[in-house]
Write a protein that binds this ligand. Structure first.
Ligand code: ZN
Length: 240
């Protein structure tokens, strides 16, 4: 096996933090990494005793603390994905529910979004919640965007070639000169009107491949409040 993962705990600044230790074949040195969600990961060569890893983290405590404080203040508006977390979804607010039972599925029941087979002990949040949750949003986008795109394409009398649903951090949508439209699944965090605005925006690029006055007046014809939605998207950030 190339990768063996261990979960450990450490007290930093009075808080208990968990970290992940991955033993990776062919790795020469130990490295500590804090990702942008504030998860601590240690990568090391196979065979390094865990107590050596622990003492390295103890030595690096103040660096780790600074890094965590920094990331957490940046992510202040974000929430931990746990039981009860609020999940924006096309203008609705779903509540994340975690079940230890079941077969590892994600499903919506009313305003609850369930992720099952979650073992809260020794849990890797990224692996167990974030990934299945983001896959669920992606699947929902795959069902929703084509319907809205078809609707607007007919309404506007503008054709397109191909729709791709993308996983991008900063871009909401794009349209190529060949008429291929890309939409970001993260638009599912926004209200339906915002999704419509992005779709109309991209379809308008089939008429004007620029952001000229003529382009914006085409957008306005179908989405009179486009400026509100455009501003909204500038500040929309990840809810987790
Ligand atoms: Zn544009």
């Amino acid at each position: 096996m190339d990768r063996v993962i261990n979960k450990r705990r450490i007290i930093i600044s009075g808080r208990e933090e968990s970290f992940q230790v991955a033993f990776i074949k062919n790795r020469k040195r130990i490295s500590i990494l804090v990702d942008d969600t504030g998860e601590i990961q240690v990568r090391c060569p196979p065979g390094v005793p865990l107590k050596n890893v622990d003492s390295l983290l103890v030595r690096e405590k103040s660096w780790l603390n600074n890094r965590l404080v920094d990331i957490r203040s940046k992510n202040r508006h974000r929430q931990t994905l746990g039981e009860g977390a609020a999940l924006p979804f096309l203008g609705d607010r779903l509540t994340l529910r975690l079940g230890a039972w079941g077969r590892g599925t994600v499903f919506r029941c009313g305003d609850d979004l369930w992720i099952t087979r979650i073992n809260t002990e020794n849990m890797d949040m990224n692996l167990c919640i974030r990934r299945p949750l983001e896959r669920w949003y992606l699947r929902s986008a795959l069902a929703y965007f084509p319907r809205r795109l078809d609707h607007w394409s007919k309404e506007m009398g503008v054709s397109f070639n191909h729709l791709r649903i993308r996983n991008q951090k900063t871009r909401w949508g794009s349209c190529s000169s060949r008429g291929n439209i890309n939409l970001n699944w993260r638009l599912m965090w926004a209200m339906p009107q915002v999704v419509d605005y992005v779709i109309v925006h991209e379809l308008c690029h089939r008429i004007h491949m620029n952001h000229s006055t003529a382009f914006w007046s085409s957008v306005k014809q179908f989405i009179p409040d486009w400026e509100v939605y455009r501003e909204y998207l500038k500040t929309m950030d990840s809810p987790w």
